[in-house]
Design a protein around this ligand. Structure first.
Ligand SMILES: C[S@@+](CC[C@H](N)C(=O)[O-])C[C@H]1O[C@@H](n2cnc3c(N)ncnc32)[C@H](O)[C@@H]1O
Length: 367
């Protein structure tokens, strides 16, 4: 086998080729030289692509870095005779979008050339990178979630994706059983594959569809110890479904994700608790229920003044409160110190990242 050009060598070659092309095009050498330079440049580029191999390549704004399987590398060559792709693009940091085949059909699942596998914490997550989101920046939250889940719990993941939180709950958290909802068929395909690949399929059920609808249809009510609401910029649309899902008698935990202006995060957590309490009343949850936000975790920065947060909120009977605080039945608040709680005020101002009354999330506040 011939030695592969390193990334550094091919980048250098490419730069030299470009510089030469510029000089030559300014001089009088003519078209044949220009052609030769283009060939040299193409060669360096093709070699670079071929040598990407299992190297780390940055992919998305979240800083994803993945290892590409060899088959993807083979189709990356723009003139490769083995390629089925009509469109292949790459730069030094973004690579490979093989979205269409000549007959305009897609290769699905593991057969797709853009099917990749990312391993985090021993969990294998495979997906089609042209169809499904993946954010490397969420790794700390995935680890944290896997630790929060307790052995034997029944979990609901309202926004399952390819298993971002589902897999840590089952693999590391040892949840007894997990129900995941997901409406993107390509993500469902990845999720099912990943459940099998990580050998936890027998402890999970996946519902394809809008979580608010499938949860109702399948009576995911009064059955759960913990609900994950991993949707950005806001999971507010799923709060009612989540509250409804928690066990009446023992209560449970909601992990509520949101993008929130950093300066508003305290007010946001209070407003969140007030909303959850109102939803519990509307959903006719037991009268002795309380709502307590125990912790707000900053996951990552989303924009200069906006962060991705997750609030860990207990909803359930006051005598099941996991902490040594006293809350009167029907009240809600945010834990401030070991014993003090900031209670919901009589009138609370909605956070600027709240959905508008028509259910739309306007995003002017993110600027
Ligand atoms: C963005 S992902 C998971 C995000 C995770 N917080 C992260 O940043 O890695 C959320 C998933 O929820 C799915 N989704 C969004 N709204 C949904 C709904 N109403 N019902 C079911 N799935 C939904 C999306 O298709 C997506 O796969």
């Amino acid at each position: 086998m011939t030695r592969r050009t390193t990334h550094f060598e091919s980048t250098f070659l490419r730069l030299v080729a470009r510089r030469l092309a510029l000089v030559i095009s300014l001089s009088s050498f003519g078209n044949s030289w220009r052609l030769a330079i283009r060939v040299l440049e193409w060669y360096a580029r093709a070699r670079w692509t071929a040598t990407v191999g299992f190297a780390k390549v940055g992919i998305d704004s979240c800083g994803l870095s993945v290892e590409f399987p060899t088959k993807l590398v083979s189709v990356a060559d723009p003139v490769s005779p083995v390629s089925d792709c009509m469109y292949v693009t790459y730069t030094s940091t973004h690579i490979l979008f093989c979205t269409h085949r000549p007959d305009n059909s897609y290769l699905l699942g593991p057969d797709s050339p853009s099917w990749i596998t990312v391993t985090e914490q021993g969990i294998r997550q495979s997906f089609d990178l042209t169809r499904v989101m993946f954010c490397r920046g969420n790794i700390t939250e995935k680890i944290r979630f896997g630790k929060l889940v307790q052995r034997g719990e029944i979990i609901l993941d309202l926004y399952g994706g390819i298993g971002y939180f589902t897999l840590p709950a089952l693999v590391h958290g040892q949840a007894e059983y997990l129900y995941a909802c997901e409406w993107n068929p390509r993500a469902v395909e990845g999720l099912l594959h990943n459940l099998r690949d990580n050998k936890v399929m027998e402890r999970a059920t996946v519902y394809q569809g809008d979580c608010r609808v499938v949860a109702k249809e399948n009576n995911l009510v009064d059955r759960f110890d913990r609900v994950s609401l991993g949707l950005l910029p806001s999971s507010e649309g799923g709060w009612r479904t989540a509250v409804r899902a928690v066990r009446n008698a023992t209560g449970g935990w909601l992990h509520v994700h949101a993008n929130v202006p950093a300066k508003e995060v305290d007010a946001w957590s209070v407003w969140l608790c007030c909303c959850l309490r109102d939803l519990a009343v509307e959903e006719k949850k037991p009268k002795d229920w309380v709502v307590l936000c125990k912790h707000v975790e900053k996951v990552k920065s989303f924009a200069p003044t906006v962060n991705h947060y997750v609030a860990d909120v207990f909803v359930g009977p006051t005598d099941r409160l996991p902490l040594n605080v006293e809350l009167k039945p029907g009240t809600a608040g945010v834990l401030k110190t070991d014993k003090t709680v900031e209670l919901c005020p009589a009138v609370v101002t909605p956070s600027s990242c709240a959905l508008s009354p028509d259910g739309v999330l306007h995003q002017n506040w993110m600027r």
